[in-house]
Each structure stands twice: as structure tokens, then as C-alpha cells.
Ligand binder design. Structure first.
Ligand SMILES: Cc1cc2nc3c(=O)[nH]c(=O)nc-3n(C[C@H](O)[C@H](O)[C@H](O)COP(=O)(O)O)c2cc1C
Length: 219
């Protein structure tokens, strides 16, 4: 099949686009408002952009009422956010934190997770999550879109602090991803979690390229 988004119909009962870019890691983002209300929300339009220094982004569409999401408002107002890793064990809390509630509601409370202070920024971390990035706001790129929710704010932040729970680091010094079991979004209302891994090394053994694959640009 072939279709041109916005121009011709895909002819399917549901829009297939989000099911094509999978799996998408979840940016479970905590912020705090100027009024000191703690906010938490998941964004599957999330990625690391680069690694040395590390930058991440999340893309927040407008609300169903055509307003900017609280996460974006708070990040721009305070200049800080925290990324928390979403795991299979925390899946219900992740889902609850997506409820659209007024900015004066503490979303750690409605999600039933514990606030843990960050070291370098004001937004709290989700204590139950195994990995956190403390981030400084860098820039917002706004893309125009269709309908109330179409417009999207792409928020970029620089990672200035990384927490990894000791028990999630294996004897070989690597993060034990199978123990953590991160979740990721598929299309529709479907999710997946990491339950297997495999390894491949780029042929040629160029040490600079291999270092880059592992996350270092300073060879
Ligand atoms: C797993 C998951 C992923 C989501 N991904 C996005 C996303 O990428 N962009 C977005 O705008 N909303 C996304 N949402 C919806 C937001 O989490 C929801 O609108 C939330 O209320 C925003 O909260 P805030 O207003 O406190 O920022 C997602 C929801 C779930 C459950």
C-alpha cells in the first residue's frame, strides 16, 4: 500500500503511522512549576539526540483543548527537567501520569510514586525508577500541525547528571537491561518491553567508530 499523509487516505480502520516507528522509548519527564507543583508525564516521542555531551528531546503535542502541556510550560519557566526510565514494573504508574489534569495537581501523587530529590536540578526524580537524567533546558522547536493537537513543541535538554541504581549494574560493569525491563510504545494502545538482546560489532574494527557506538566521541 502507499498513501500521502494529509493528502490521500490509508484506507485502514486506524492510522498506521505510529505503528511504523517502533519501539519508541518513553520519556517519563518530571518537572516542577513556578508555583512549586510537581508534574510527571510520559512522552513516547522521546530520544537521545547525541551523546558527548548528551542531549535528549521530547515532543509534546498540544492538549485536547489546544494548550501547551504542563511539562513544556514548566520546563521553559524553570529551565530544568528530569528523565526517569519507564519499566514494566512501573507501567501502571506511567499510564496514570498521562492523565490530563490541571497544573495545580501533583502528578507524583496521582501516579502513586515517590519523590526523590535531584542533585543538580529542582524537579524530583521518581524514586522507584532505576535510571534518571537531570537535564537543563536548551531549546524548544515548535512545528505547526493539523487540528487542536497537531502543533508540537520539541523540547531539547542537556543531560548534566545521570543516576543509575547500583543493583542494575552487572558484574561486567554494564547496565543489566534485562533485569530493568524498560517499556516502549508501539502503535495503537500497544506496548513492548525489552526481554531479549543480541550483539553485533561493525566490521573493520575502527576503534574510533567502536568508541562512538559505545558513547564516546573523545577518542
Ligand atoms: C506511554 C505514553 C506516551 C505518550 N507520549 C506522548 C508524546 O510523545 N507526546 C505527547 O504530547 N503526549 C504523549 N502522551 C500523552 C501525555 O502523557 C499526556 O498528554 C499528559 O497529560 C501530559 O501531561 P502534562 O500536561 O502534565 O505535561 C503519552 C501518553 C502515554 C501513556
Amino acid at each position: 500500500m502507499f498513501y500521502e499523509p494529509g493528502r490521500t487516505t490509508h484506507g485502514l480502520p486506524r492510522d498506521p503511522f505510529k505503528s511504523c516507528v517502533v519501539p519508541r522509548p518513553i520519556g517519563w519527564i518530571s518537572t516542577v512549576s513556578r508555583e512549586n507543583v510537581h508534574n510527571l508525564a510520559p512522552f513516547s516521542q522521546f530520544q537521545n539526540l547525541t551523546f558527548d555531551p548528551p542531549y535528549v528531546m521530547f515532543a509534546a503535542n498540544q492538549t485536547t483543548r489546544g494548550r501547551r502541556k504542563d511539562t513544556v510550560v514548566n520546563t521553559e519557566a524553570t529551565g530544568e527537567f528530569v528523565w526517569n526510565m519507564a519499566t514494566y514494573e512501573l507501567r501502571e504508574a506511567v499510564n496514570k501520569s498521562a492523565e490530563e489534569v490541571p497544573p495545580e495537581v501533583d502528578e507524583f501523587e496521582i501516579s502513586g510514586v515517590t519523590k526523590e530529590p535531584s542533585r543538580l536540578v529542582k524537579p524530583c526524580r521518581v524514586a522507584e525508577s532505576p535510571i534518571h537524567f537531570e537535564c537543563l533546558y536548551h531549546q524548544t522547536i515548535r512545528l505547526p500541525g493539523n487540528g487542536t493537537m497537531g502543533t508540537v513543541d520539541i523540547v531539547i535538554g542537556r543531560v548534566i547528571g545521570i543516576h543509575i541504581k547500583e543493583e542494575m549494574i552487572g558484574a561486567d560493569g554494564r547496565i543489566d537491561i534485562l533485569k530493568i525491563r524498560p517499556i516502549a510504545r508501539l502503535g495503537y494502545h500497544d506496548y513492548t518491553s525489552v526481554e531479549s538482546t543480541f550483539q553485533m560489532i561493525i566490521p573493520g574494527n575502527d576503534p574510533r567508530r567502536l568508541a562512538g557506538m559505545e558513547g564516546s566521541a573523545q577518542f
